[in-house]
Design a protein around this ligand. Structure first.
Ligand code: ASP
Ligand code: MG
Length: 474
């Protein structure tokens, strides 16, 4: 039943303590019995990337205490796991010296940043990469200690990117070539490569990162390069859920999702998979699974290329983007005037704010869109200065932001071409006295988004969740 090559990615919490890492080791050991070729990709231990980046920015701001304390923390955290999971004295001593070396690299970098009073994106990537550079060594040694032949290998050697530090773009051709060149010989010998997520390097060898949460993306890139038969993302929940279980007590795991659905969910705020991780695997036709390190026998969520046609009309998940406000630009003078929307969104873009939802009334007398509450003031200022002439001449009557709202999105590819789904959504909200402020349907028709007052959000999500009747756990 199994294929040949499996890529398994462990998130920060899956390697964040000795107990978690021991569990990850056991998962790899078992997979290795069923799959002849296994590649492991890991994040930094949970909290470590934040610690690294925070220390660097504090150092730039003149505070050296943070990185001095940070160095001690890093050393204690990694060393205590090494002591628990590496049995042999020699291997443990080796690990301690590797940890010390990387921690002093951290101290040196932060010291330089402190002296310069500036942390460039390039310097921040060098600092951030240390988390994964430590975690791969620790995990590989822990695997070896349990009799699993493995080798830590830094992805800076084969994930080749441009030099857009902090969110570098991989060069797919070169990454594919080098990944095969470096990993295949290890796999041929039955060795499990333990590779870093998140980081890469330019052609010149300068360390880059793929952006926060980028380890999923790394696993997808590596899976597509080999190519693997399957990529499994090990996290700390039982796969992708129908809703946030903290908001909806009845939330449960979705057993199957299509790539488009999961992409939509990732976009609309469900923290399941890094949105960029989906394309490489879908293009290579590779199976994707999200599963729980702390409940490994649970099947988790399987992600497929095509949706099963039996799922017609099904709503699969409800997700929310919180802390938003709706900005409205209104005025009779906007009617039929081309370019108002373009100028409005250019003014928003100038504030580096991203817009998750847009609606325009067909009368063309208003444009309405959502922005995060925290950016509202900046966005309004920018819009008012862009349209100062129109405001003065009253072609635009007002530019304003409303009360805090939430965007609630229902996702399900089966909603496509199935009449009546929107009707069911509005009926159940009406029955629960939830007032819908604005609506948008993704042009992909895989999602319908509604804007509701933040005070109504919990009730709205709970009501919509009742529409998810199938796919209940067995
Ligand atoms: N360690 C990196 C981060 O925290 C990458 C990841 O965990 O995916 O952003
Ligand atoms: Mg993650």
């Amino acid at each position: 039943m199994n294929g040949n090559t499996l890529v398994m990615k462990f998130g920060g919490t899956s390697v964040g303590s000795a107990e978690a890492m021991a569990q990850a080791v056991e998962i790899v050991r078992q997979a290795r019995q069923e799959w002849p070729r296994v590649v492991v990709v890991t994040s930094a231990l949970s909290g470590v990337t934040n610690l690294l980046l925070d220390s660097a920015s504090q150092a730039a701001a003149g505070n050296a205490q943070r990185f001095i304390g940070g160095a001690a923390e890093l050393k204690a955290l990694h060393t205590s796991i090494a002591e628990k999971l590496i049995a042999e004295a020699a291997a443990q001593a080796q690990m301690r010296s590797e940890i010390n070396l990387l921690v002093s690299e951290f101290t040196n970098l932060c010291h330089a940043i402190n002296v310069l009073g500036e942390a460039t994106p390039r310097a921040l990537d060098a600092v951030a990469s240390l988390g994964e550079r430590m975690s791969i060594r620790l995990l590989a040694a822990a695997l070896e200690s349990q009799g699993v032949a493995s080798r830590a290998i830094e992805s800076t050697l084969f994930v080749i990117t441009d030099n857009r530090f902090q969110s570098a773009h991989p060069n797919i051709e070169e990454t594919n070539l080098r990944t095969r060149q470096l990993l295949n010989p290890l796999l041929d010998q039955g060795i499990v490569p333990v590779s870093s997520g998140f980081i890469g390097a330019t052609r010149e060898g300068i360390t880059t990162t793929l952006g926060r949460g980028g380890s999923d993306y790394s696993a997808a890139l590596i899976g597509a390069a080999l190519p693997a038969d399957d990529v499994w993302i090990w996290t700390d929940v039982d796969g992708v859920m129908t809703a946030d279980p903290r908001m909806v007590p009845g939330a449960h795991t979705i057993s199957q999702l299509s790539y488009r659905e999961v992409a939509e969910l990732a976009y609309f705020g469900a923290k399941v998979l890094h949105p960029k991780s989906i394309r490489p695997v879908v293009e290579a036709g590779i199976g994707l699974r999200v599963c729980n390190t702390f409940n490994p026998n649970h099947p988790g969520t399987r992600i497929y290329t095509e949706v099963n046609h039996l799922e017609a009309g099904k709503i699969k998940a409800v997700t929310t983007i919180r802390k938003q406000v709706l900005v409205t630009i209104e005025g009779r003078g906007m009617l039929g005037v081309p370019g108002v929307a373009a100028r409005a969104f250019a003014a928003v873009a100038a504030t580096h704010t991203s817009v998750p939802l847009i609606t325009q009334a067909s009368s063309e007398q208003s444009i309405c869109f959502a922005v995060p509450s925290e950016s509202a003031k900046q966005v309004l200022d920018s819009l008012r200065s862009t349209f100062s002439l129109e405001l003065a001449s009253q072609d635009i009557d007002s530019i304003s932001a409303g009360e805090e709202v939430e965007i609630i999105t229902t996702v399900g590819a089966g909603m496509r071409a199935t009449p009546g789904v929107a009707g069911r959504i509005f009926s159940i909200l009406g029955a629960n006295q939830v007032n819908v402020i604005a609506i948008a349907q993704g042009s992909s028709e895989v999602s319908i988004s509604l804007v509701v007052d933040a005070r109504d959000a919990k009730a709205a999500v709970a009501a919509l969740h009742q529409l998810i009747t199938d796919d209940l756990p067995a």
